[in-house]
Design a binder for this molecule. Structure first.
Ligand SMILES: Cc1ncc(COP(=O)(O)O)c(C=O)c1O
Ligand SMILES: [Zn+2]
Length: 398
C-alpha cells in the first residue's frame, strides 16, 4: 500500500525510488493490505507447497507488482537441516538454516533479488552499496542479471574472494582504507553527482523484504510452529528485523498463532531472538547490556567475520527493541572460537560454514550453559554464508 517510517510513522509513496524517511531520516518499511490478502483463497499456508522453490513463492507478500518479472537467480528455498550431533551435545532440538546454498553463497542474495528488482522497476540505472563482503557479491550478481551498473565500496581488507567475485561479475569495485561505515560515507558524498541509487542496508526499503522471507520459510519448514529461539549473526541487522516483520505479518494473516492478550511474548508465541556479534565489534551487545535505545559506534572494530564488522547500524533501535520484546538477548564471541567452531561444525554436521554462522554455534553453547536456552528448546541457527569465501582466515589454523 505504502512505505511507513519505522520511527515517526510518516507515509511515503512506494511507486518511486525512496531511501530514508524524508522527515526524520530513519528506515522505511513496506506496508501491505494484510486484511484483504488474508481473505484470498490462493493465500493459505497449504497453497505454497506446489509453488516454485525460490523466495518469489511469497510473491503476494513482496513489493514487486505481480506482472513485473523479478530479477532472480533462484535465491531462497534453502534447507532447514536437523543438527542431531551438535544439538545432542547441548541437549536442544537444533536446526540449521543453511543460507550458503543461495546464489553467491550467502543470504545477501535474498535482499538483493528483491531490492534490485524494485530499483530496476522504478527506473534506477546505477546501483551503489557499501559492503563488508557478501552484500557486494550479491549486488554484483543481481545488477549484472538486471543489466544495471553496480558500484561497490568495500574495506581494502575484505576477504579476497568477495573482491574477486565482484570484479568478475562486472561490478565497479572501490577499495577504501577504512570500515563499512567509511564506505557508506563515500557513497553518500558522491551519489547525487554520479546518479547512483544507494542500496545500503536499511537505507532503502526492499532488501529487508527479501530478508523477511527467512521468517516465512522457517515457519513453513517447521509446519507453521515458530521455534523457541533464533540465533542470528548480526551486522546491520536486516535478517533479524526482517524476520520479526515476517512474524508480525504471519500473525495478521492468521498463519501462526496470534498473540493472546495483545502481546505476543506474554504468550511466548514468538521466538526469543538473540543477536550474535564478534567480541571485536559488538555495538548491539554493549547497548543491550547497558539498556540503551540506540547503539554507539564501536571503536576499532575488527573481526574475521567480516559480515559482523559493522560498528554502527542505522537499524540499531529496531534490533534492540526486538531483542527486548522477544525476551532474547545479545552475546559476543571471540574470533579464535569462531574459527575453532567452523571445524567442529564441519566435522560433525558436514557443512563448511562461515565464521558468522560459527559464532552462533559457539553462542548456543554459552547461552545453554548460562541457562538462557533451556534443555529441549527448539533452536534455529542461521548459517548466513559459506566458509569458502574466508579461506584467508583458516590459513594459520593448521
Ligand atoms: C555471512 C554474513 N553473515 C551475517 C551478516 C550480517 O547481516 P545483517 O546485516 O543482516 O545483520 C553478513 C553481512 O555482511 C554476512 O555477510
Ligand atoms: Zn520518520
Amino acid at each position: 500500500m505504502h512505505l511507513e517510517c519505522t520511527a515517526c510513522g510518516k507515509q511515503h509513496d512506494w511507486s518511486r525510488l525512496q531511501n530514508l524517511c524524508t522527515a526524520c531520516g530513519k528506515p522505511l518499511f513496506a506496508v501491505y493490505d494484510l486484511a484483504t490478502l488474508s481473505k484470498l483463497d490462493r493465500l493459505k499456508q497449504s497453497s505454497f507447497s506446489g509453488r516454485e522453490k525460490s523466495l518469489w513463492r511469497w510473491r503476494e507478500l513482496l513489493p514487486l507488482p505481480e506482472k513485473v518479472e523479478p530479477v532472480s537467480l533462484g535465491e531462497g528455498g534453502t534447507p532447514l537441516l536437523r543438527a542431531t550431533k551438535f544439538g545432542g551435545d547441548v541437549d536442544v532440538d537444533l536446526w540449521i538454516k543453511d543460507e550458503s546454498l543461495n546464489p553467491t553463497q550467502s543470504f545477501k542474495a535474498r535482499g538483493m533479488s528483491v531490492a534490485v528488482s524494485m530499483a530496476k522497476h522504478l527506473g534506477a540505472k546505477k546501483l551503489a552499496v557499501p559492503s563488508a563482503g557478501n552484500a557486494g557479491g550479491a549486488l554484483a550478481a543481481y545488477a549484472a542479471r538486471a543489466g544495471l551498473e553496480a558500484h561497490i565500496f568495500m574495506p581494502r581488507d575484505t576477504p579476497r574472494a568477495n573482491i574477486i567475485e565482484c570484479r568478475e561479475l562486472g561490478a565497479h569495485v572501490n577499495l577504501i582504507d577504512g570500515l563499512i561505515t567509511d564506505c557508506g560515507a563515500e557513497i553518500a558524498l558522491r551519489k547525487e553527482k554520479e546518479g547512483w541509487f544507494d542500496l545500503s542496508t536499511l537505507k532503502e526499503p526492499y532488501r529487508i523484504e527479501g530478508k523477511k522471507t527467512l521468517g516465512y520459510e522457517i515457519a513453513e519448514q517447521l509446519n507453521w510452529k515458530l521455534p523457541d529461539v533464533i540465533l542470528y549473526p548480526t551486522g546491520g541487522g536486516t535478517g533479524l528485523i526482517g524476520m520479526w516483520k515476517a512474524f508480525d505479518e504471519m500473525e495478521k494473516l492468521g498463519w501462526v498463532d496470534p498473540p493472546k492478550d495483545g502481546f505476543a511474548v506474554a504468550n511466548n508465541k514468538r521466538p526469543r531472538m538473540f543477536s550474535v556479534q564478534a567480541s571485536g565489534c559488538a555495538p548491539i551487545v554493549r547497548a543491550f547490556e547497558a539498556s540503551e535505545k540506540f547503539a554507539a559506534e564501536f571503536p576499532n572494530a575488527h573481526t574475521v567475520a567480516s559480515g559482523l564488522r559493522v560498528p554502527k547500524a542505522i537499524g540499531d533501535f529496531l534490533m534492540l527493541k526486538i531483542l527486548r520484546e522477544s525476551k532474547g538477548g545479545a552475546i559476543a564471541i571471540d574470533d579464535d572460537e569462531m574459527i575453532r567452531t567452523v571445524r567442529e561444525v564441519g566435522s560433525k554436521e558436514g557443512l563448511f560454514i562461515a565464521p558468522e554462522g560459527a559464532a552462533c554455534f559457539a553462542a548456543l553453547k554459552k547461552l545453554r550453559a548460562s541457562g538462557k536456552i533451556d534443555t529441549g528448546d527448539r533452536v534455529v541457527i542461521f548459517n548466513t554464508g559459506s566458509g569458502i569465501k574466508y579461506l584467508d582466515s583458516f590459513e594459520g589454523s593448521f
